[in-house]
Design a protein around this ligand. Structure first.
Ligand code: ATP
Length: 294
């Protein structure tokens, strides 16, 4: 009997591992479905960074489908270690900028340069290792909280995971759940609120510690105390890094080194918060509207 038990038990372990891997792969393929559209050039080189790099969009034109151009002649630069924020109406192309930098898709015209290297000339693996995305909607795996945070860096220890969770201000929430870091989350586990999921994403990104960050702010309304807290955490995480903030609330962008105002795939205004208020154009109008709503 024991002879039978050991192999069966072993099979059980393998089954669980395969099941987990499949759940994750499933999610990854959904996330990366666009991946098939881009590949490494035969002579692709790794991106080697010793410090946060500059990022430049150079006359970028892009369409998901040929018949429907999305970005028109978009040019801007994020100097090394600085923050550029993008604002504009829904559908104006803001999130597309982040997707192109991560190279989910290739641009049709123009270039995207990281420290002067066209992203098309770099290995995807090295490019993506250098970029951390805090997305609008974080996908959680059907696994423990610890797994979901530790996913940011292979081999992260429990102590490192907890440290990242503390910095993202989610540690206390986790330790108050019945199984703490062992609590299952995701569709089949504990459901987290939008703010809690974003904090898990921030903790993941903290562990990954990439030199380039893309914050795609959640459109779903967080209550204002939560919003301010998350904002403070994102600002702390982004210190000294090269950051692209895709913002839905103008309060987020006030301190950015440059703000780009997009409309229908074009940059229609740019400058600092004060410059844009003085220009009294679209940004100033959006600002007055949001102040009024607040
Ligand atoms: P929001 O503020 O609502 O997040 P956004 O400014 O970030 O909007 P994008 O997500 O960049 O806008 O989308 C720009 C346009 O591209 C939209 O019209 C959208 O419908 C379209 N689009 C986005 N993703 C795809 C896709 N995978 N295939 C085809 N069209 C897409």
């Amino acid at each position: 009997m024991i002879q039978l038990y050991i192999p069966l038990n072993f099979l059980g372990v393998i089954y669980r591992e395969i099941k987990q891997a499949l759940t994750d792969l499933d999610k990854m393929f959904t996330l990366m479905e666009r991946d098939q559209e881009v590949g490494d050039a035969p002579d692709a080189r790794p991106l080697l960074l010793k410090s946060p790099p500059s990022v430049r969009f150079d006359h970028v034109n892009f369409a998901y489908e040929p018949a429907r151009p999305i970005l028109h002649d978009v040019s801007f630069e994020i100097p090394a270690g600085q923050t550029v924020a993008v604002v504009g109406p829904s559908g104006s192309g803001k999130s597309t900028l982040g997707r192109l930098l991560y190279r989910f898709y290739d641009v049709q015209e123009g270039r995207i340069l990281v420290n002067g290297h066209d992203v098309k000339s770099l290995t995807q693996d090295s490019l993506r290792r250098s970029i951390g995305i805090v997305p609008q909607d974080t996908v959680l795996f059907n696994d423990t909280v610890a797994y979901n945070i530790g996913y940011g860096r292979t081999g992260a220890t429990q102590a490192e995971i907890e440290q990242a969770a503390r910095a993202a201000r989610i540690h206390d929430f986790i330790t108050n759940t019945p199984l703490g870091y062992g609590t299952m989350v995701g569709e089949r586990g504990l459901k987290l609120s939008g703010g809690e999921k974003q904090r898990v994403a921030i903790a993941r990104t903290l562990l990954k510690d990439p030199p380039i960050l893309v914050f795609d702010e959640a459109t779903s309304a967080l209550d204002s105390a939560n919003e301010r807290a998350i904002q403070a955490e994102l600002t702390a995480v982004g210190q000294g890094k090269t950051v692209l903030v895709i913002a839905h609330r103008l309060s987020t962008v006030v301190n950015a080194h440059e703000i780009l105002v997009m409309d229908a795939g074009r940059i229609i205004e740019r400058g600092t918060h004060v410059q844009l208020l003085n220009a009294n154009g679209r940004y100033a109008q959006m600002w007055r509207l949001q102040q009024h709503e607040a």
